[in-house]
Structures are given as C-alpha cells and as structure tokens.
Design a protein around this ligand. Structure first.
Ligand code: AMP
Ligand code: GLY
Length: 419
C-alpha cells in the first residue's frame, strides 16, 4: 500500500512510525511533515488545509489510503473532498467532525442521548448569559463555540472574571461569531479515551493522560500538552467499561442515528468525578501528545485498522503490556512568544523514541521550528521505568532554547517527582 499522512507534528510522526511497522505498507508520504518524519516518509510540501492539492496529489500518486492528523484539515473538508473523488481516507466528514468543532453540537447530542456530561446552556445574548452565570455556583466554565485552538475555554472563579470573559466572547467579537456554552465545573482527574470508530463499530485504544499546563506541579499557562503516559493506574476496568458502553459506543450510535456517521478516531476527553465518569469534550481525531504514547503500545497492524474503519470492515486492536511515558521539549517562552532556529544536538545518543513536533532540517543539522519541538518516549515494565527512561533520554539531548516538565505522570505516582 501507498499511504499519505496529513499533518506535521508529533502525532503525525507517531502515525508514520506505526505505519512503518506494517508489512502491508510499501511507501509513506507525509504532507507537509517535518525533519523527523522525513527519515521515515517522503515529505511533500502541501499544507494540511490545501484540500484540492492534497486530493490531486493522492489521485496522481495512486495513494491507497490517506490518514488525517489535524482538526484543521477535517474542518477544511478534506475527507469530503477525497470521498467525492473516490479516494480512500481515514477520518470523519466535516459534518461528523462537528463533534469537535462545535461545542453546542456536542453538548446537544449528549443531552439528546443521555450521555453523562456537565449541565450547560448556550447563549448568544450577553445579558441572558450573564443572568445564567450569576445564578449558578462558581467556578463557571465558559466555552466559546467554535475551533479556538484550546484558547476558547475560561474557568471563571469569580463573577468579575466571568463578566470579563463573557464580554470578550459575546460583546467585543474578538473571537468571531459570538456564541458561548456555559457549563458547570467538574472536578477530578482527566483522561483521554481514544477509539477507532466506523459507524456503530467502536474499538477502544489504550488510555492515556495529557498534561496541559506548561510547568511542573500543573502550574503556568495552558499549552497544547507537555507530556502524556499510558496506561492509567487510577482508571479501573469498571471505569473503562462504563466509558466504552455508556459514553463512546452510544455517541457513535447517536451519530449514525442523526445522519452523520463517524469514521476515524473519536477522542473522549473524560473526567473521573466522585459521581462517576463525565465527558469534558470530544475531539474528532487522534490526540496530541496522547497518540505518541498510545500507538507505540499497539501490537496490531495499524494499516489494517485504518482500512477496516474506512471500508466498514472489522478489526481487533491488541495492546502491549509495557508502559510508555512521553516528555515534551518545548521552546523557552512557549505557549507565549518564543524564538526558533536553535540547533539540537544529541538526537543520535537517544536510546528510546523521539517524535518530532516542530523541527526543520538545515543540511545535516536539526533546528527548532515550533513551540513544541520534540517528544521523547520512554518505555518500561511500569510507568516508573518508563519515566526514568524518558528522562535519561531527555538528558542526552542538548539545545540552548528548550525546557520540559520533570513530573509527567505525577497522578500515577505517590510523590510527584518520585522515580
Ligand atoms: P475543552 O476545550 O472543552 O477541552 O476544555 C479545555 C480544558 O478546560 C479541559 O481540558 C479541562 O481541563 C477544562 N474544562 C473544560 N470543561 C470543564 C468543566 N466542565 N469542568 C472543569 N474543567 C473543565
Ligand atoms: N491532547 C489534547 C488534544 O489533542 O486535543
């Protein structure tokens, strides 16, 4: 098979790496890819939302399967365009991807189908939104409705914070169309449950947990994710069964019933509260950096799974018992402003796996080229070993402008920095 992967981050590098392990895959292209991906795939300089160029490339190269990484490509309608041209593609249509791109669509679907999530209401009118927030307990969770690159959620702990955020979202038009979902605050450990979904068929992946804050101790600003690990000791088999049978499967069935069947990866952003497992959000794609720690644990042939989903066939993903833990190396200043172009040394000394998130090559040198730059994955019989392996490898990489968290996986350890 000839496969095309769309995207340029650590998630796409992990997808390419998993495809490279498949005996069915002969050639991998990645558009646009990055310096790390270029070692395992032929990178093609087409952007991830250049739908027509991607489609024409796939047709001209007779690509057998295309796999979509980023949400922007889904929202641009890449799946719809490929399907219309009779090209096989793994990912949801634009209509199905609304489960991620529209908070209101996702919340309404959950309400209609009895999926456990925080109580909510959505508003376009500032005065109505303000009256609702003022009458509910604090903190209030305010979500701008639309793709906002993770910046559209405000957890307001005081009424004045809520007022400022609502004005921003509904009066000033700084976000765009101006619609806000207001929901109750949930408390507990969050985790990511990704499933391969093909209509009503749902095949669960191994669980993972992301770390959104920039610094140790879950302090600092929210980022795209500073590290992840798998499996999760605090989620029981019973929790997992509940999440699959009461959340993920009913949502897949609801999408079919409502006329927009989902194909691809359905990502449940879930939270374990004292009252049980609840949904925080859905994504319509692989998580980043969760994918980088989950796919290395996949024992099955990923190309077969992608084809089974795209063709409506059957698959039975199996998972290795070992643990994985990934640490992100990010540019100093991220998620705020940062500089690029710093050389990275020592990548050849690393014993585990390094996925490139934001790098570029200049001759023989690899340079930083993004906010999140590398993700180093350690492996072990348990998370303790996996973390030690990851941090050992992080120590082998030298670059003047990178920082990382040292406490990834802390929820799984008694003491946050224990090794
Ligand atoms: P979202 O874009 O919906 O994933 O929200 C981003 C982050 O905000 C989540 O990962 C949570 O940490 C937090 N969050 C969102 N909704 C809630 C909620 N109802 N209660 C508590 N935290 C939330
Ligand atoms: N790790 C969170 C996400 O991919 O949205």
């Amino acid at each position: 098979m000839k496969v095309l992967v769309i995207g340029s981050g650590g998630r796409e590098h992990a997808i390419v790496d998993a495809l490279a392990r498949s005996p069915r895959v002969e050639k991998i292209y990645c558009a646009p890819g990055n310096a790390g991906i270029a070692r395992q795939a032929e990178c093609v300089s087409i952007g991830d939302t250049e739908v027509e160029r991607l489609r024409d490339f796939a047709a001209a190269q007779e690509i057998d399967l295309t796999v979509v990484g980023p949400e922007a490509a889904l929202a641009a309608g890449v799946v719809d365009a490929f399907r219309a041209a009779g090209l096989r593609i793994f990912g949801p249509t634009k209509a199905a991807a609304r489960i991620e791109s529209s908070k209101e669509f996702a919340k309404d679907l959950m309400a209609r189908h009895g999926i456990p999530t925080a109580a909510y209401r959505s508003f376009t009118d500032y005065a109505e939104a303000w009256a609702y927030v003022a009458a509910r307990p604090l903190p209030a969770v305010l979500k701008y409705d639309g793709l906002a690159a993770g910046k559209g959620v405000v957890i307001a702990r005081t009424l004045s914070e809520a007022e400022a955020a609502l004005k921003d979202m509904l009066l000033d038009g700084s976000f765009g169309r101006g619609k806000v979902v207001v929901e109750d605050f949930l408390e507990g450990p969050e985790f990511s449950f990704m499933c391969f979904v093909s209509g009503t068929k749902v095949w669960p992946m191994a669980l993972a947990q992301d770390h959104k804050r920039a610094y140790d101790g879950d302090r600092g600003p929210n980022t795209g994710g500073m590290g992840a690990y798998s499996p999760l000791p605090f989620i029981t088999a019973e929790d997992e069964r509940f999440a699959l049978e009461r959340i993920m499967r009913p949502v897949a069935e609801a999408m079919v019933a409502e006329g927009c069947p989902f194909e691809g990866v359905l990502y449940g952003g879930l939270i374990k509260t004292v009252d049980g497992i609840r949904v925080i959000e859905f994504n319509a794609r692989f998580g980043d950096p969760e994918t980088e720690v989950v796919l290395p644990r996949l024992k099955s042939d990923i190309a077969e799974i992608f084809c089974a989903v795209a063709d409506g066939g059957d698959a039975r993903p199996e998972w290795h018992d070992f643990a994985t833990l990934g640490v992100v190396l990010a540019s100093k200043g991220y998620p705020g402003s940062y500089q690029k172009g710093f050389p990275i040394e020592g990548l050849d000394r690393v014993e585990g796996t390094v996925y490139h998130m934001g790098t570029r090559a200049e001759g023989d040198r690899i340079l930083t080229a993004g906010g999140r730059v590398l993700l180093v994955v350690g492996r072990g019989r348990d998370l303790r070993e996996a973390r030690a392996a990851a941090l050992r490898d992080v120590g082998r990489i030298a670059c003047d402008n990178l920082f990382h968290r040292t406490d990834i996986g802390h929820c799984a350890f008694e003491k946050p920095n224990e090794l």
